[in-house]
Ligand binder design. Sequence first.
Ligand SMILES: Cc1cc2nc3c(=O)[nH]c(=O)nc-3n(C[C@H](O)[C@H](O)[C@H](O)COP(=O)(O)OP(=O)(O)OC[C@H]3O[C@@H](n4cnc5c(N)ncnc54)[C@H](O)[C@@H]3O)c2cc1C
Length: 256
Amino acid sequence: MDIAVLVKQVPDTYSERKLRDDGTLDRAAADAVIDEIDSRGVEIALQLTEQHGGEVTVVTMGPDRATETLRKALAMGAHQAVHVVDDGLAGSDALQTSAALAAALKTLTFDLVITGNEASDGKSGTVPAMLAERLGLPSVSSARAVSVDGSTLSAEKIVDGGYAEVTASLPAVLSVSEKIAEPRYPNFKGIMAAKKKPLTTLGIAELGLENTGGAAAPCQVVSSSPKPPREAGQKVTDDGTGGSQLAAFLAAERLI
Ligand SMILES: Cc1cc2nc3c(=O)[nH]c(=O)nc-3n(C[C@H](O)[C@H](O)[C@H](O)COP(=O)(O)OP(=O)(O)OC[C@H]3O[C@@H](n4cnc5c(N)ncnc54)[C@H](O)[C@@H]3O)c2cc1C
């Protein structure tokens, strides 16, 4: 079974994340990493191909430096990579991103597409379903566990209060949750091998895309403002009434 995994390069959660005047993220200002949820997607793909045979192709859309994220996934064990890169894609919204990624996936043969259920920067959580729609495939989302038997995908999908067991016929689009497998760490051999693994780049012309980039994005940022600084917490001096003060505070916050 051949699996395509979407991996997004995102600003490191621990570095300062800034917006530019046009409301887009200043990606150069922050350290960039593979989105943690996508490294779990790569891990699941590797486990499934280790069980059932086949190859893992990792796919990203992003600026030149997103190659680092692809090399990280190749070092984990993915077999080849596809980089959707073109200056004309800068500032794309989720709709445009899903169009570009769907076009790139159509250049591949695959039995399963794996994505994260939500990117840690844009957080729209919409790309997986939009991809399934554009590819005309079933969509299984927020999986915490997954298995494949022949051409049937089975997953435990996280729902309020627990999980639901769902199945779909392959090919399908699967989005994973942060509860799924712990990603393996690339070893030195893997890092060296990654340098030689095939990496294809595709731009707007090769993918036949139209209406690309921020100016043409259906979703426009009209204004943005920095998050207000965190207010200092309430100080409680325990003169014997600390417990009841705390209970009153929690009740006022409707936490109890
Ligand atoms: C702070 C911020 C706010 C934004 N707000 C909006 C908004 O309100 N509306 C809007 O349309 N766009 C918005 N965007 C742009 C949006 O983030 C990008 O278009 C993005 O590529 C897709 O949306 P997402 O990050 O929400 O993806 P999600 O749908 O949350 O991503 C789910 C999964 O899809 C895959 N994926 C997503 N993007 C890529 C990629 N570029 N390459 C490879 N795999 C990918 C990953 O596996 C990811 O885990 C915002 C971006 C930022 C940084």
